[in-house]
Design a protein around this ligand. Structure first.
Ligand SMILES: C[S@@+](CC[C@H](N)C(=O)[O-])C[C@H]1O[C@@H](n2cnc3c(N)ncnc32)[C@H](O)[C@@H]1O
Ligand code: SF4
Length: 480
């Protein structure tokens, strides 16, 4: 499966997985700009939330990146590690690629959890962190956010979680106010593990709930019931020692608008610090995709129906005065910063550890081997287990600005013009006028502001901008 090869970079750039990865769109060098822009137009005269586009586009993490030849990777890595890190925001991502079971909808599943495999794996990650801790590229500038993602970090034992967290805190230059997130699910995340994480410095938990409805949960392979989920989250919040964030998915099979409304109410009543809302993406290769294709499963919501679910969520939080931090994330308290996710979209450097993790340093992105055997072989040989390395073209900064701006619903086009060698506004003005007419955004005073429908289709808007930047600002041979 092609997208699996890129799992690390996918995790790095678009956590959580938003879409299967279609082939990278290659702009036609012969098209003139009018034709090129036309293919990104939204439908006019329809409900923009339901029908603005025929499909939702994912933001391509490898856009404008060229693969570094495998034989050059070790030397490139040595050079990267030997160079002092420039003063810009930095992140750490650590991947735990084990799950107790394969939830039907999920494209992140890689390996079945067994205690001995996980124990060996933790030793390898500890070795990986310790080995490069003193390198000039690692020491120095502060790290602002750390994310333990998966898979299921909470599948590890209390002792393993504690050792990993302490190793990151002891070996890497974390800022005093560093956000340290541990991702987990309810089943197997017992109080001993939670305490171990807190004692070792975790200050944010991101808990995958998806839906509270016991029947919707059961059908997706979620093992705990609604009541167990509620008790778990009440206990976590009552400790009051870390930000608590809940992930929900809308559009799951059997999840009617009424169940969605109850999901929102149940989640909000638990008073977490933040909530993520993700539209279900039926990813090829997942058990859900296979079951739907074989007619063994009732279909999930159609694309037409996803927008209204999103709008219902956005309106729910707006009425309760929650802060919309990004397109998919709302914060109730000031404790919630969502730092990792915001900075990653802004192109911050990210140091990656663990099989399947993805990172970037300056213009270079890399994904660590997703195959645990390959990962183990490299760790055993004293090498960084890089499965793929990519080099960015000169438009990376602009692409990041577009992504980061649309992600928070505001794009400062005037600022983008000053950062670009050629002003961007004239290239995209016809498109913005069309999107404005379609009800996706407003464009005034050099600033683009997304409406709710624009926020729902943000992947399409970002991808269109990236296509146009690529087509118009790169020399022809680079644009291909
Ligand atoms: C990397 S997953 C880890 C989740 C965690 N292990 C759990 O079981 O809850 C992070 C989040 O991605 C979201 N996600 C995963 N698959 C998805 C899909 N097919 N469509 C939409 N969101 C998805 C879920 O909300 C999930 O909580
Ligand atoms: S949702 Fe979590 S536990 Fe389930 S398969 Fe995905 S990563 Fe694993």
């Amino acid at each position: 499966m092609r997208w699996r090869k890129y799992l690390g970079l996918l995790i790095h750039y678009i956590r959580p997985c938003r879409a299967p990865l279609p082939g990278a769109p290659v702009p036609d060098a012969q098209m003139d700009i009018a034709t090129d822009i036309g293919q990104h137009f939204a439908k006019i005269g329809v409900d923009p939330l339901r029908r603005a586009f025929l499909s939702r586009r994912a933001v391509m993490p490898f856009r404008g990146k060229r693969r570094v030849a495998a034989e050059d990777v070790p030397e490139r890595w040595r050079a990267l590690m030997a160079a002092a890190s420039p003063p810009r925001k930095r992140l750490v991502y650590l991947h735990i690629p084990f799950c107790a079971n394969h939830c039907l909808f999920c494209g992140f599943y890689r390996n079945a959890y067994t205690a001995p495999r996980a124990a060996d794996y933790v030793e390898m990650v500890l070795a990986e962190i310790a080995r490069e801790a003193g390198a000039p590229a690692i020491a120095g500038n502060p790290v602002h956010a750390v994310y333990f993602g998966g898979g299921t970090p909470s599948a590890l034992t209390a002792d393993e979680l504690s050792r990993l967290l302490r190793s990151v805190r002891g070996s890497l230059p974390l800022a005093p106010d560093c956000e340290i997130t541990v991702e987990g699910r309810i089943v197997h995340f017992d109080p001993e593990k939670i305490d171990a994480c807190l004692e070792a410095g975790a200050n944010r938990f991101s808990i995958g709930v998806q839906s509270f409805d016991s029947e919707v949960r059961r059908r997706q392979g979620r093992r705990s019931t609604k009541q167990e989920a509620i008790r778990f989250l009440e206990d976590l919040r009552a400790r009051d020692r870390a930000a608590v964030v809940i992930d929900l998915i809308y559009g799951l099979p059997g999840q009617s608008p009424e169940i969605w409304r109850q999901d929102l109410e149940t989640a909000a009543a638990l008073e977490p610090d933040g909530i993520d809302l993700y539209g279900l993406n039926v990813i090829p290769g997942t058990p859900l995709f296979t079951a739907i294709a074989a007619g063994k499963f009732p279909t999930a919501s159609r694309l037409d129906d996803l927008g209204p679910f999103y709008e219902a969520g956005a309106a729910f939080f707006r009425r309760r005065n929650w802060r919309q931090v990004s397109n998919n994330h709302w914060a109730r308290t000031t404790r919630e910063r969502n730092l990792y996710n915001l900075l990653i979209k802004d192109g911050a450097d990210c140091l990656a550890y663990g099989s399947g993790a993805g990172g970037s340093i300056g213009q270079t992105s890399y994904a660590l081997s997703g195959d645990i055997e390959l990962y183990a072989a490299d760790i055993g040989a004293g090498a960084k287990p890089i499965g793929m390395m990519l080099e960015s073209d000169g438009l990376e900064l602009l692409r990041n600005r577009v992504t980061a701006g649309f992600e928070v619903g505001h794009l400062d086009l005037a600022g983008l013009d000053s950062a670009a060698s050629t002003p961007v506004t004239p290239l995209v003005a016809p498109l913005l006028a069309q999107w404005q007419k379609a009800g996706l955004l407003t464009f005034d005073d050099g600033v683009v502001e997304l409406k709710v429908a624009g926020r729902f289709w943000y992947g399409n808007l970002i991808s269109a901008f990236h296509d146009i930047l690529n087509d118009r600002l790169l020399p022809r041979r680079e644009a291909a």
